[in-house]
Design a protein around this ligand. Structure first.
Ligand code: ATP
Ligand code: MG
Length: 326
């Protein structure tokens, strides 16, 4: 039986943080044997929030290295830039006719970005963010999309566009499902609900041990736990969330210690720092390997783009034939 397909991507906005990892990348790595994976570098999507493209190339390389360092296998999982495969824009244009402007205006992620980035007048392309994403996914006829929780509304829009296309022109596309991890929304160091580059509350996959220690030392904990022996509430503490993820073996002990007041925040943070650094060590090592092999990284990208292009061409042949466009 043919393997099901995964299509998932990220915008090249710089080095990745542990939120990207636990929300999406970890799943990509885990699923690369069970599925046929395609991973997209969304360098057109970057334009929705930043027209300055000076850093996009370097960010692309940095992100690719993070992907490889985290365990994506370039033989199993082609990695490629959206901007290099013109079929994305063609399918996107067709899809823009299959969804209403009102539906896109209701998209909660756009509303959230408009609020947090103080956008006064949204562009046509920004509103169309999920339509381009639908084209990204369906161009490879992806069945599953491993993403963080914030992306679920976009997968829903993809499903709607897929259904609409199939109804009008005959069945071409699957209706992809989101694949969520247990930590589909990792909070940021400042206690914000989401770790996010634009909020500056991140731990990067490339952060060295001393930096992780410094960042965690400053992180917010339960405001009611002022002194060491005050009882704490793990459910409101982001360090506890990180412990759940990176230190599951000690989690019961930590929870009991926090609640009783026996475990102080400083000690708790120290344990957490050690575990996060333990997790990051092999990634940092692998990252250094790829940083020194620029040619290899570029070869991986070129190979991924060749393989993605072949699939994209196949899908567009079917689309054009179903639509009787040549
Ligand atoms: P940021 O949100 O840090 O600015 P970004 O907007 O450039 O990053 P996206 O391309 O939106 O990154 O996200 C890439 C993937 O990582 C998506 O699947 C998203 O759901 C996931 N992700 C990002 N931040 C988190 C988080 N804090 N917790 C869980 N998953 C996350
Ligand atoms: Mg984001």
């Amino acid at each position: 039986m043919e393997k099901k397909r995964i299509l998932s991507g990220m915008r090249p906005t710089g080095k990745l943080h542990i939120g990207h990892y636990v929300g999406a990348l970890e799943n990509w790595v885990k699923l690369q044997d069970e599925y046929e994976n395609f991973h997209l570098i969304a360098d057109y999507h970057v334009l929705t929030t930043d027209l300055n493209t000076d850093d996009v190339y370097q960010n692309t390389i940095d992100m690719l290295i993070d992907w490889l360092a985290a365990g994506l296998d370039p033989v199993k999982s082609p990695m490629f830039r959206q901007s290099q495969i013109k079929e994305h824009t063609e399918l996107y244009l067709i899809f823009t006719m299959l969804i209403t402007a009102a539906r896109l205006e209701r998209n909660p992620t756009v509303k959230e970005q408009v609020r947090s980035l103080h956008i006064e007048n949204i562009t046509y392309g920004h509103l169309g963010y999920p339509v381009l994403q639908a084209a990204d996914i369906l161009l490879y006829r992806g069945n599953a999309v491993p993403v963080g929780e914030d992306q679920v509304p976009h997968v829903e829009i993809t499903r709607e566009i897929s259904r609409r296309f199939n109804n009008v022109y005959g069945k071409v596309f699957p209706e992809p499902e989101p694949l969520l991890t247990k930590f589909a929304r990792l909070p940021g160091l400042d206690g914000d609900a989401k770790m996010s580059k634009s909020l500056g509350n991140t731990i990067l996959l490339s952060d060295e041990p001393e930096l992780v220690q410094k960042k965690l030392r400053k992180a917010k904990t339960d405001p009611q736990k002022v002194r060491r022996n005050d009882p704490g509430r793990p459910e409101v503490c982001l360090i506890f969330k990180y412990q759940q993820k990176f230190n599951p073996d000690e989690i019961e002990e930590i929870e009991a210690g926090c609640r009783s007041g026996e475990l102080g925040c400083a000690d708790c943070k120290m344990k957490c720092t050690a575990k996060i650094n333990e997790f990051l060590a092999p990634i940092i090592e692998k990252r250094k390997y790829y940083e020194e092999k620029n040619d290899l990284v570029l070869e991986i990208l070129a190979d991924g783009e060749k393989r993605a292009k072949a699939e994209a061409v196949k899908t567009m042949e079917i689309v054009r034939s179903q639509m009787k466009l040549g």
